[in-house]
Design a protein around this ligand. Structure first.
Ligand SMILES: Cc1cc2nc3c(=O)[nH]c(=O)nc-3n(C[C@H](O)[C@H](O)[C@H](O)COP(=O)(O)O)c2cc1C
Length: 181
């Protein structure tokens, strides 16, 4: 079996963002699997227009999403919701998201970004994606990582493992039969 192409999407484009640190932790754990090939998708590299007008960047983004089999979305929570750049990215692409599994790694202050994750479950269902049950939620994000980008939280590591197991299962199911939607 070919390894699944797993895109890790950094959902924050804010100056001084923590997102890439969280994504690097996810990448390190996902890359330990021989069944997975990790692809980095940083929304800051695309500068997608809010107008949703087709452009070179949106076409490049659409191709990147089309090449992936599955996604882990790494997202902060802004004012109890999804970051605007991430919503724009989801709205920019249509068919290339379809029938693909997605898992969420959220982070934030006290809430750990769980409200952003719950909103993303609604949004991604409309895009014909399947969001896996297990998710990772990291609260008090500024204090979580050590100087080497590690995290002393076995429960979070366990949750990420379950999330990845579930994504792999759905990606395998998608390979066996065409999505009817
Ligand atoms: C505009 C804004 C709104 C925020 N709202 C929330 C919030 O509703 N809940 C929360 O837990 N943290 C909130 N935070 C704190 C962020 O989770 C924290 O700053 C985090 O580092 C943001 O991710 P980023 O650094 O990757 O952009 C907010 C931060 C910003 C900048």
């Amino acid at each position: 079996m070919q390894p699944i192409q797993l895109a890790i999407v950094v959902g924050s484009v804010r100056a001084g963002r923590v997102g890439p640190t969280v994504a690097a932790w996810v990448r390190r754990i996902a890359a330990e699997r021989s069944t997975v090939e990790v692809v980095d998708v940083d929304l800051a590299d695309f500068e997608l227009p809010n107008s949703l007008v087709p452009c070179e960047n949106s076409e490049r983004f659409t191709r990147t999403i089309g090449a992936a089999d599955a996604f882990v979305v790494v997202t902060p929570e802004y004012n109890h919701g999804v970051p605007g750049a991430l919503k724009t990215a989801l709205d920019t692409v249509k068919y290339e998201w379809r029938g693909k599994p997605v898992g969420f790694v959220s982070y934030g202050g006290l809430g750990g970004g769980i409200r952003a994750t719950e909103q993303l479950r609604q949004i991604t269902a409309e895009l014909h994606m399947v969001s896996v049950r297990d998710a990772v939620s990291l609260h008090r994000i500024r204090k979580r990582f050590d100087s080497e980008g590690g995290i002393d939280d076995p429960a979070a590591v366990d949750a990420l493992g379950r999330l990845l197991d579930q994504i792999e299962w759905w990606a395998g199911a998608r390979r066996r039969t065409d999505y009817p939607g």
